[in-house]
Ligand binder design. Structure first.
Ligand code: G6P
Ligand code: MG
Length: 218
């Protein structure tokens, strides 16, 4: 099947915001006196804001009212927004401009499937907003990753069949979302975490587009 679209996750794939999400959740977990480390955080990657908060509350056996939950989620988000305040074009991972140029040259559409409500601001700071043919609005997605809704929404908006899409993710939840959408998958990061992906690269700059396109077509 020839590939017509590449659909990217943002945090941890195109820039290092996954680290800032981790720092902000770790600070909140500390305030709530819940043990939370990088291994716990692997399960939060790709998971939406309220789902992530619930994971931490469950881990600490804490029960909060809906308004308390919203207050803590807002607090985490304010902290996260402080951490990304200084971001600029230099924070785009190496290799992204090159990859986008190669995709455009090949006539392959570029989509964004980030669960983050901050995604628009982040891609604007990175100077890549204009590179996308379609950007999913996280606020309109009803079922977060690992559900395939967000990747399917982007494919539909691009007018491309899921089987003609490659999804790119650094998170387990996101990878599951791609697989359940019936797309081919690229994992960026730890091969042990992302072993189910069709292709795995430690970093986006290592992605071998020619190899992926050739193997995807077979
Ligand atoms: C991405 C990140 C998650 C984050 C989620 C929601 O999926 O990988 O770590 O929790 O977006 O982000 P938001 O900016 O809306 O809180
Ligand atoms: Mg991610």
């Amino acid at each position: 099947m020839s590939i017509c679209a590449f659909i990217f996750d943002l945090d941890g794939v195109l820039t290092d915001t996954a680290e800032y999400h981790y720092q902000a959740w770790a600070a909140l977990a500390k305030e709530l006196d819940v043990a939370f480390d990088r291994q716990d955080n692997e399960q939060l990657k790709g998971v939406d804001r309220m789902g992530s908060l619930q994971f931490i509350l469950d881990k600490g056996g804490l029960q909060l009212t809906a308004s308390q939950k919203h207050a803590f989620a807002d607090k985490k988000n304010r902290h996260y927004q402080q951490l990304i305040e200084h971001m600029s074009e230099t924070d785009l991972f190496d290799g992204v401009h090159d990859l986008f140029a190669q995709l455009k040259q090949a006539g392959i559409a570029i989509g964004l499937a980030s669960a983050s409500k901050n995604a628009g601001m982040v891609i604007s700071r990175l100077g890549i907003s204009q590179d996308f043919d379609y950007v999913a609005d996280a606020a309109k997605i009803k079922q977060g990753k690992p559900h395939p809704e967000i990747f399917l929404t982007v494919a539909q908006a691009l007018g491309v069949e899921p089987a003609q899409c490659v999804g790119i993710e650094d998170s387990l939840a996101g990878l599951q979302s791609i697989i359940d959408a019936g797309m081919q998958s690229i994992g960026i990061g730890d091969a042990k975490v992302l072993e189910q992906a069709h292709w795995i690269y430690p970093h986006i700059k290592d992605l071998q587009l020619a190899t992926v396109l050739k193997q995807a077509a077979n």
